[in-house]
Ligand binder design. Structure first.
Ligand SMILES: *Cc1c(COP(=O)(O)O)cnc(C)c1O
Length: 429
């Protein structure tokens, strides 16, 4: 296991797995559903959660474990649990924190898929999401919090709204309410922002995006800081009371010292019951991606800034939003929380609105139209007619999606080639 003495570039390469003598240099893919035992007591110990060995891949797998360890190191957390997708990472986190009748508070500018899960699917389960404007003053946001609130959720860098979270404000609100601050750090990646350093208690990733980075596989991750005090209130019986579905185990007690109580609950209860485990092959591919994450994030950020500058100068472009632009609303917060770069995603609108935008998309050659961000390849998408089309126009506007908005995920190709593609595309409209 990599040492905490190393810094993030080193941990991206070495963190989580170290070959022993004559062992493979890259993490072996444990493509096995199950693991053999010889002494029946060892199996009993595993079911008691007294050992962290593997027994069945739905609940843990060596290859997935290497990735979890690496992600925990990169985020500065104490433990991590992988899930089959970013969405399932979100699902298991909220289900582990909220009971029927509870609520949680979330920024209204979250990713479209997250919005649907929060607004509709959780509602069916009796868990209410209260959406707030993350730029509102703390007193305003606090009006949505009551004694049944169990979490505060926001994205460090909003997809595709490109909001940047005011961590100072949000961590204060969460501390005062004695609930965990849960931050989706997908778009920034741990290279550009580490939410735990800014007061987050739980960090979520869609590893599908920059962590994988090569459009290979869907995946999710939940990382805990290990610092949240579950016993400070009676809000988290799931952590502080015996789990009847696990012969009376009290997660918060048993794993307090190891600082992995929340992760054990996610694994032993949520992955067990919901089955949304990451596959070993996907863990391996994501691992491969993470090794070059710092190099890619630097190039993505550099290219995106140049692209944002190019587009803001172009006569056919109406507006550009990118937190790296000095005139951007989130420039200051970007410099504060993501000083090394503001990632590869920007949004813009062309003159002539939605129709002209759709024409532009079809005129691009190098750039792919793809439902994706964080890929090495440059991709574009029109959210109002795709990822956010289930929302009403009013909800879209609230979520920061104007009808003409084009989301551009700038890849790591030569910036001159990307710019030329857009010069040609804009000339065609
Ligand atoms: C893509 C994305 C998700 C969902 O992740 P999947 O891996 O697609 O399930 C969640 N949050 C953000 C910010 C995303 O970009």
């Amino acid at each position: 296991m990599a040492d905490r003495k190393y810094k993030i570039n080193t941990n991206c390469v070495h963190g989580g797995y170290k070959a022993g003598p004559a062992e493979p240099q890259t993490p072996p893919i444990a493509q096995s559903t199950t693991f053999r035992y010889y002494d029946n007591q060892d199996v009993a110990d595993w079911f008691n959660l007294d050992t962290f060995n593997c027994a069945y891949t739905r609940l843990g797998n060596p290859t997935v474990g290497y990735l979890e360890e690496k992600m925990a190191l990169l985020e500065g957390g104490s433990a991590a649990v992988a899930a089959s997708a970013g969405m399932s990472a979100m699902l298991i986190t909220i289900l582990a924190l909220c009971e029927k009748g509870d609520n949680f508070v979330a920024s209204q500018s979250v990713y479209g898929g997250t919005y649907n899960l929060f607004d509709h699917t959780f509602e069916k389960m009796g868990i209410e999401c209260r959406f707030i404007d993350q730029d509102a003053p703390a007193e305003e946001i606090e009006k949505s919090i009551d004694d049944r609130t169990r979490a505060i959720f926001a994205e460090s860098l909003g997809n595709p709204a490109l909001t940047i979270l005011d961590f100072e404000k949000f961590s204060k609100i969460a501390k005062k309410a004695q609930v965990p601050l849960v931050v989706d750090n997908t778009l920034a990646s741990p290279v550009l922002c580490r939410p735990i350093e800014h007061g987050a208690d739980i960090v979520i990733h869609s590893t599908t995006k920059y962590c994988d980075g090569h459009a290979n596989c869907v995946g999710g991750m939940v990382i805990e800081s290990g610092e949240f005090d579950w016993f400070a209130t009676d809000k988290y019986p799931g952590m502080t009371q015996p789990d009847e579905s696990y012969h009376g185990m009290i997660y918060g007690e048993k794993y307090k010292e190891l600082k992995c109580a929340f992760s054990v609950k996610l694994r032993a209860q949520m992955l067990r019951d919901l089955g949304c485990a990451m596959s070993p092959m996907n863990a391996y591919l994501t691992w491969q991606g993470l090794q070059t994450l710092p190099l890619r994030m630097a190039r993505h950020s550099e290219n995106a800034l140049k692209m944002a500058q190019f587009l803001s100068r172009h006569p056919k472009v109406d507006w550009v939003q990118y937190p790296g632009l000095k005139e951007d609303k989130y420039y200051e917060l970007g410099q504060k929380y993501m000083p090394d770069g503001q990632s590869g995603v920007l949004s813009f609108g062309v003159k002539g609105g939605k129709e002209a935008g759709e024409k532009l998309l079809s005129a691009l050659e190098l750039t792919s139209i793809a439902v994706h961000v964080g890929d090495v390849r440059t991709c574009v998408l029109h959210p109002a007619s795709s990822t956010h089309r289930q929302m009403t126009e009013e909800q879209q506007i609230e979520a920061g999606i104007k009808p003409e908005l084009i989301r551009l995920s700038v890849g790591i190709e030569d910036i001159d080639d990307i710019i030329r593609d857009f010069e040609d595309g804009l000339a065609a409209i």
